[in-house]
Design a protein around this ligand. Sequence first.
Ligand code: ISE
Length: 355
Amino acid sequence: AELRVAVLGVGMMGADHVERITGRIKGARVAVVNDYLHDKAETIAAGIDGCRAISDPLAAIADPEVDAVLLATPGPTHEAQLIACIEHGKPVLCEKPLTTDVATSLDIVRREAQSGTPLIQVGFMRRFDHEYSQLKTAIDDGVFGRVLLAHCVHRNPAVPPSFDSSMIVKDSLVHEVDVTRFLFDEEITSVHIIKPSANPSAPAGLQDPQIAYFTTESGRHIDAEVFVTTGVAYEVRTEVVGEKGSAFIGLDVGMVRKYSTGAAVGDGRSRAGSWGGDITPSFTERFGQAYDTEIQRWVNAVRSGVNVDGPGAWDGYAAAAVCAAGVRSLDSGRPETVEMIDRADIHAVAASVSG
Ligand code: ISE
């Protein structure tokens, strides 16, 4: 039967998922929508056959006509909503972050382990992007020999006014954290954030850009520039460098145009011509294919009973632990050690807290 999905939170990301499930995803439909702006949810529900708006997110999760949940609500509400999903045994795709701090993320990992069934997938969509997938396959196939370094760039034209310096770590850099763990299959052990002089066009007090250095268990070095107020467009690039070669993704190389600029510039001389192309304006375009693949594979996984096909609660917890070290480094100006439990200890820990 068609999977009946409740989409919680219909802001930019949630509304995009509603459209995706309704228009492009096979085997699922949006049965319930919820938002703290109930009118907005009502309007969306009215446009979809058989869809209801439910104003209480926990009631939406518990609803007997909901098979699975897509959480696109603000991070601070995730904890209670994930606990409800576990209690009702409902598979859930949770947009990042899993929760907003390390302790509650670990608690979710434990509760899921105690429930005995994998239920939670975390929305680290870059793992489903064709270019990142290709890069991962090439690394695993040994094309570059041992990969030693990665250089990342993550630029946004703008961020919401609520963004502060720690959110650049927890909301934006978190993707490079997950990409690192995904590409290299190992944990990040330390984080150092460098603070270059801030963009004069950024809101006062916002430390933007930031440069992050990660060290991994095996000693790899990853650096990432995160710059979220460029005023330009959406740019996400990754280069890996190994003993036998390197690779680069994220150039946005669609059609390259050559064109005459006509108008006189600068010193009054007119330029003969220019070349260029378009850069994606935002993550919904840059990662549109990744989101489609992510949601289709999740729907297939839930329908077949495995529930998760991608990053899980553990990955959400690990990312939270790395970001916490990043936020500490933002304060201290020094490299900070990542503090996290050993993955093998989840079940021991789950057993010890049960009862
Ligand atoms: C946003 O929440 C995302 O997840 C985007 O991928 C990222 O580029 C942006 O910086 C975040 O605010």
